[in-house]
Design a protein around this ligand. Sequence first.
Ligand SMILES: NC(=O)c1ccc[n+]([C@@H]2O[C@H](COP(=O)([O-])OP(=O)(O)OC[C@H]3O[C@@H](n4cnc5c(N)ncnc54)[C@H](O)[C@@H]3O)[C@@H](O)[C@H]2O)c1
Ligand SMILES: O=C(O)[C@H](O)COP(=O)(O)O
Length: 605
Amino acid sequence: MPQVQPSTNGHGARPKVLIPEKVSPDGLKMLQASLEVHERKGLSPEELESIIGDYDALIVRSETKVTASLMKAGKRLRVVARAGVGVDNVDLEAATKLGVIVVNSPQGNINAAAEHTIALLMAVARNIGTASSSLKDGKWERSKLVGVEVKGKTLSIIGLGKVGLTVARAAGGLGMNLLAFDPYANPSLAASANVEIVDTVDELLAQADFLTLHTPLIASTKGMIGEAELAKMKPTARILNVARGGMIDEAALLAALDAGTIAGAGIDVFTSEPPKPDDPASRLIAHPKVVATPHLGASTAEAQENVSIDVCTQVLSILSGQLPRSAVNAPVILPEEYRTLAPFVSLLEKMGSLYTQHFAPPGSPTAGARPSFDVTYEGALASANTTKPLFAALLKGLLSPITSAESLNINLVNAEILARERGIRINESRSRDNVEQEGYSSSVTLRARRDPRSPSASRGSGAPDYVRAGGGGDELADKVIAGFVSGNTPYISRLGRFRTSFVPAGTLLICRNYDSPGKIGVVGGRLGEAGVNIRFMSVAPIGKAEDEDGSGEGLAKVDSLMEQRGGEKENEALMILGVEGEVGEGVRKSLIGVEGVLEAGVVVL
Ligand SMILES: NC(=O)c1ccc[n+]([C@@H]2O[C@H](COP(=O)([O-])OP(=O)(O)OC[C@H]3O[C@@H](n4cnc5c(N)ncnc54)[C@H](O)[C@@H]3O)[C@@H](O)[C@H]2O)c1
Ligand SMILES: O=C(O)[C@H](O)COP(=O)(O)O
């Protein structure tokens, strides 16, 4: 289970989750260990909007309207989780613009919805609703309540997705003939369930003994069964809707039932929920030919447990900086892809943060150089279906050292928009070259280069000294970071011109020094005096003369630049120390110039 760090909401407190509807406790228990969980049922939209600003996550079912204005008020909101499948109560466009990830549980309640459809099918066929209430009223009305059998009848299905197909399989078991209209249906899945796909809705309506709807409520399905469509059906036909209200014109259905041109209906969902007393839906519910339930399709103990665990796991993932399984407003990431990419997400974020802190700390010449970045995914990673999470992680890493945590709501939903808005260019490329000889299957290389749009690319006297001295050379030429993942742990394998191997985590002291004996003891001594413990130490020598094309020309160019700026020479090395405790400015400065230490910087990853 993902672990959320206590201060990940940037406020030093445990992240808070608001749950304004009934969500099964199975998932909520998982949240309680690391988050503050507030269940607040019965809030008005105004009350909800007045408190949402305190929350990092919101978990809803179908009743809460998650509007643009609610999400705008949710300044800290990072995720809206829908404990179910339908997200028509969430303004997805607004969520995407605001960088709020919307997740749902696309699988958790399929079976419950399909079984409820079958329950309504049988109830409508056998007048179960009317028979039960008549009996409770003390009547014994056998001859009035003769039903029909479903065996041998035609079930017409609109929408052969997850629920539609599950209904088809169950209805096939009851001996029904199956037809479906779904322009995007998978023909082989349809064939495997003995469903015949028809080309037009009209064909489907004309043949239906029972019609069942299983599409989402979208522009093409809103009001799709109205007066004209009902008129094309047999007077003995019965209609089922366990999908969404709004797909059937309720007034038209009421009129058809009254006129006897439709024989009955089983309805679980309504245009407005709960229906108002004057709504046609209220008269439908009261109609003797109708069996109605109050949106109970997903209301089984099993389904609620499934969806609760599913979305709570995703909330934890998102709040701990990991990828969600089912983001609705982001590219779908398959679980296998998720497993492959997750450690690289962490690597890319660390590489980005390391770049900014080590190569472009505030005040340095490169801080304002506005580079473009080339990131190359090498080896097995080059075959990943999507690299969007890696892109988002890199951007987040680059910006996090210079931007406050609250304003930095970067995720795979909004990363590209935000990079464009901030003028950061990241060019992604893939190299299938085998990197296994290095001891790992995938690696990532990040290179900065001067952006031709940057003022420093064309300016004359304003350019940093070493750029001018180089006659138009590139001050970013040596700003390279490479990394890999081993056993799910990210490692940095190259930092600038130095070959290394360290885990980018915690506080690091990075010193550039002459590669000669004596420094380690002196640096260690100074840190000890300052009460700073050393967790690990890694010495990074200058790498072999190699670069993109393996010719060494790039590094030769870098060498000459370095010579011109009086910088790194071949007898230099990096010393990377993982430390515990704060390395104050005084201690850092005191190390420079001691025993050949040329530079010392602190990086927190
Ligand atoms: N009543 C409940 O409690 C309950 C429970 C679960 C799901 N649902 C609802 O059931 C519906 C189906 O859910 P699902 O998980 O099967 O969704 P799904 O996305 O798996 O399937 C929807 C299918 O509809 C098809 N479709 C889209 N537009 C269409 C159109 N214009 N004409 C014909 N077919 C079209 C799609 O191709 C897809 O195959 C959704 O509306 C969902 O919200 C309700
Ligand atoms: O879309 C869904 O998952 C169903 O309509 C269930 O909605 P509910 O969570 O409000 O029961």
